[in-house]
Design a protein around this ligand. Structure first.
Ligand code: BG6
Length: 478
C-alpha cells in the first residue's frame, strides 16, 4: 500500500514545562499557578468551585518535582532520538524567564536552560515546537492582576514573547501561542491565571479575559513574524467533537452551540475577527466586550497553522439532565453509548479524530498539526528480558487506531504537518495532578505519593512507536 503520510511528516511527542521539568524554584524561577494547585486545575464538574488552590506550594504537589527533566533532559532527549522523533513539543515556563511576569528584564539563567535544551535537540536533528504559555501563568500575575482578566497582561506577555522569540530565533521555528486556548472558559485559574473563584466570575469578565488572550495571541504572531519571517506560529485549541444524542433537531442545535464555544477561538485565530454567531450569544448574555483602539486591526494577524489536542468526543442533547454525563478533558459532555471510556472516563473515539481533521481543514484550508493525543492509563511495571518494562498493548491499540484515522483524513485531502503524542515520557497529569495517569512510551519510576527513583524504563510501546516513525506510518498497516 502506498504511503499516505507525507514525506517530512513531523512525528514526535508533546510535554509541558510544569508537568515534567520540576526544579520549580531553582535558578531564579518564580512560581506559576500550577505550583499552588496540588489537586490539578480542573473543576470536577462544570460549574464546580475552583479546585484546591494553596497559598504556597505544598509538598503533596507532584508538579514541583515533576519527573526532573530539568536535570535529566540529556538522557530523555536521547531516548526520544532513539525512537526517531522528528519534533518535540515543549513549553517554556514563563516564570523561568520572568519570575513575576511583570519585570522588564529577563532571568538569564532561565533563558540559558532552554538554550541547552534546544541545542541538545539540534544534536539529534529534532525540531522543537514550543508552546509559549501552557497552563503556567506566573502566580504573581494571578495574585496581583487577576491574570488574563486584566488587560495589562497583554503587555507582559508581549514582553515575554519578544524576549524568547529574539533569543531563540535561530533555534526554534514552530511556536504555539496558548495551550488549549479555549479551556479558559472552563478552568479559568489553571488556563488563564484568573484568581476570582469560578462561582463569582461573571461571563462579562470571563469573555473579556478571552478577548485579552486573543489580542495577545495575534500580537505574538505579529511580533514573531517581524523577528523571523520564517517562523510558523499557530494557535492551539482543545478539540472535542460532539454528536447529537438523538436525531432530534434540537439535539443537533445543542451540538452546534457546544461546538461554537470552541470554534470561536480557532475562527478568530484563522479569520482575524469575531464570528457573527458569538455576537448573538454576547447580546443574549449581556456581554459587551471592550475593544481598545487597535484591537480590531491586531486580530487580523492570523496564524500560519491550526494545532489541537484530541483525546475524546462527547454527546450533547437539548435535555442533558435526562442522560449521564461523562468526565472529560477540561470540558465534557454526555456519555455516548457507542463508545468505550478510559479508566478516567474519557470516551475513546478514533473516528472522531478524522472528523475533527476534516472539519478544521474544510473550515480554514490551513495546515493542521495534532499536538496532543494519547491514552492515560495505569501501568504495571514487570520484569522483561531487558529489565523492567510495561506491556502496554492497550496504549498501542489506542494510538494505532487513532493514527489509522489520521491516515484516512490524509486520504480525504487534509493537510497535516505532524503528530505529537501527549506525554511520550510519563509526567504529572494536568487535571488530576497524578503520576499514575501515565501516557508515556517511557515509564518513570515515580508514584502518586512522591516515592520512586525517577529511573526511566522503555515500555512495549517504545519499540512500536519507533517502528511507526521509521516506516513513516507503514507499520500501522502491518
Ligand atoms: C491537555 C493538556 O488538556 O490534556 C495537557 O494540554 C494535559 O497539559 C493533557 O496533560 C492530558 O490531560 P491530563 O489531565 O490527563 O493530564
Amino acid at each position: 500500500m502506498s504511503n499516505v503520510f507525507p514525506e517530512n511528516f513531523l512525528w514526535g511527542g508533546a510535554t509541558a514545562a510544569n508537568q515534567f521539568e520540576g526544579a520549580y524554584n531553582l535558578d531564579g524561577k518564580g512560581l506559576s499557578v500550577q505550583d499552588v494547585t496540588p489537586n490539578g486545575g480542573v473543576p470536577a464538574n462544570p460549574g464546580d468551585k475552583n479546585p484546591l488552590i494553596t497559598e504556597q506550594p505544598t509538598e503533596d504537589n507532584l508538579k514541583l518535582e515533576g519527573i526532573d527533566f530539568y536535570h535529566r533532559y540529556k538522557e530523555d532527549i536521547a531516548l526520544f532520538a532513539e525512537m526517531g522523533f522528528k519534533v518535540f513539543r515543549m513549553s517554556i515556563a514563563w516564570s523561568r524567564i520572568f519570575p513575576n511576569g511583570d519585570e522588564t528584564e529577563p532571568n538569564e539563567a532561565g533563558l540559558a536552560f532552554y538554550d541547552k535544551v534546544f541545542d541538545e535537540l539540534a544534536k539529534y536533528g529534532i525540531e522543537p515546537l514550543v508552546t509559549l504559555s501552557h497552563y503556567e501563568t506566573p502566580l504573581y500575575l494571578a495574585r496581583k492582576y487577576n491574570g488574563w482578566a486584566n488587560r495589562e497582561l497583554i503587555g507582559f506577555y508581549e514582553n515575554y514573547v519578544r524576549t524568547v522569540f529574539t533569543r531563540y530565533k535561530d533555534k526554534v521555528k514552530y511556536w504555539l501561542t496558548f495551550n488549549e486556548v479555549n479551556s479558559v472558559l472552563h478552568a479559568p485559574f489553571m488556563s488563564g491565571g484568573i484568581a476570582t473563584p469560578v462561582e463569582e466570575l461573571s461571563k462579562q469578565d470571563l469573555y473579556q479575559a478571552v478577548h485579552h488572550e486573543l489580542v495577545a495571541s495575534a500580537s505574538a504572531t505579529k511580533i514573531g513574524h517581524e523577528i523571523n519571517p520564517d517562523f510558523k506560529i499557530g494557535c492551539m485549541v482543545l478539540a472535542m467533537p460532539a454528536y447529537g444524542m438523538t436525531s432530534n433537531p434540537l439535539d443537533q442545535l445543542a451540538v452546534r452551540e457546544f461546538e461554537n464555544q470552541n470554534y470561536l477561538f480557532s475562527d478568530i485565530h484563522a479569520r482575524g475577527k469575531y464570528p457573527n454567531y458569538i455576537k448573538r450569544y454576547f447580546e443574549e448574555n449581556g456581554i459587551d466586550i471592550q475593544f481598545a483602539e487597535g484591537d480590531e486591526d491586531m486580530l487580523k494577524n492570523t496564524v500560519d497553522f491550526i494545532s489541537f489536542s484530541y483525546y475524546m468526543s462527547v454527546a450533547q442533547a437539548h435535555n442533558p439532565e435526562e442522560y449521564g454525563s461523562g468526565r472529560g478533558n477540561v470540558l465534557g459532555g454526555l456519555t455516548n453509548p457507542y463508545l468505550e471510556s478510559s479508566e478516567w472516563g474519557w470516551q475513546i473515539d478514533p473516528v472522531g479524530l478524522r472528523l475533527v481533521l476534516n472539519d478544521f481543514y474544510d473550515r480554514y484550508q490551513l495546515p493542521l498539526f495534532i499536538v496532543e493525543n494519547g491514552l492515560g492509563a495505569k501501568d504495571v511495571l514487570v520484569e522483561g528480558p531487558n529489565g523492567p518494562t510495561v506491556e502496554d498493548d492497550y496504549r498501542i491499540d489506542y494510538l494505532q487506531k487513532h493514527l489509522v484515522q489520521v491516515g484516512e483524513a490524509l486520504k480525504d485531502g487534509v493537510e497535516l504537518w505532524g503528530y505529537t503524542t501527549w506525554g511520550p515520557i510519563d509526567l504529572v497529569s494536568a487535571s488530576t495532578a497524578e503520576l499514575s495517569k501515565r501516557y508515556g512510551f517511557i515509564y518513570v519510576d515515580r508514584n502518586d505519593d512522591g516515592s520512586g527513583t525517577l529511573a526511566r524504563y522503555k515500555k512495549k510501546s517504545f519499540a512500536w512507536y519507533k517502528d511507526v516513525i521509521a516506516t513513516n506510518g507503514q507499520a500501522l498497516y502491518k
